[in-house]
Design a protein around this ligand. Sequence first.
Ligand code: NAD
Length: 355
Amino acid sequence: MKFNIALIKGDGIGPEIIDSACQVLDKVGNKFGHEFIYTDIKAGGCAIDEFGVPLPDGALEECLQSDSVLLGAVGGPRWDNLPGHLRPERALLNIRKGLELFANLRPARLIPVLKEASPLRRETVEKGFDLLIVRELTGGMYFGKSGRYLSKDGETAFDTETYSVKEIRRIGKVAFETARTRRSHVTSIDKANVMESSRLWRETMHELAKEYPDVELKDMLVDNAAMQLVQNPAQFDVIVTSNIFGDILSDEASQLTGSIGLLPSASLGETKRGMYEPIHGSAPDIAGKDMANPIATVLSAAMMLRLSFGLNKEADAVEKAVDDVLASGLRTQDIAWGGPSISGSAMTKALLERL
Ligand code: NAD
């Protein structure tokens, strides 16, 4: 099969890690008989330098014409003082909006050989965990009505959490469908004991659950969830939650693995097309030094194979290669913790050999 991938290398270590991911994809293509065709798209700081804007004309159309977008990272100190609409991150916001990507998926899986890195208690780590947070990305508090006014107490500000049944159903569907490809369990996180929007969230999730009798649904209040993630993360399979709760919980969950440099993410919409990217940034401190760990980007490419292209065997092969290479003891400097380390390109070579 042929797939068109829009590549946004971006800034800092972006080009290095995307180059690694493409080598891995090409190896998968050779092994399983697929062709990946890449279109380079300039976005972020490098686009500001060349075109004066973070997302030049035509870039979004290129993304819309692709089967999926693979992104390295954007940004860096050079562009930190620009006004909001000209900052590198604006490119990502505009792509998310343009592609109508309303679901953000972030897996947090404890890689057994790296369990020493987890800040959790030893007995909790021994049980292992493999969870996926599905966060609503385009609604709720971050997009609701907000403002300031003068009340009798002086200057006052407000933000509004708003969710419609339609928005809750579509994010719920992503969670239930994804749970079917995993362990068939969804935990829906809300604050239904206090917030009306959460009560609608909960009712809607229960209605939707009737369409997925093979998937188990559990509710959990967000304050309890924050605690349970630290106490017993093994209980979670798929977590679905609102924009603001997901923002906070997904950062908490990523820290549980102790190695955020290894974590991928996906943003999805109604179509199969998604945007895939590592959760880390452009790491300007190590850019161009061949020190960047390519694994988070390689695992983002694996998510793209699975979720956008339906290539499960191929995604399994990439994930297994990552596990095997780490199990063999090879480490880039970010996960070597003072021990011997190899370069980013040597890590890529090891992954290719393993594949
Ligand atoms: P960062 O994730 O880029 O770096 C934090 C630390 O982790 C640094 O020490 C870095 O060297 C290290 N690191 C990150 N990725 C690594 C990798 N793959 N291999 C080895 N080490 C790695 O976060 P930051 O320093 O806060 O941000 C740097 C720039 O990236 C900023 O301009 C920020 O706005 C941008 N950023 C972009 C995205 C994105 O494009 N999605 C996300 C976060 C931050």
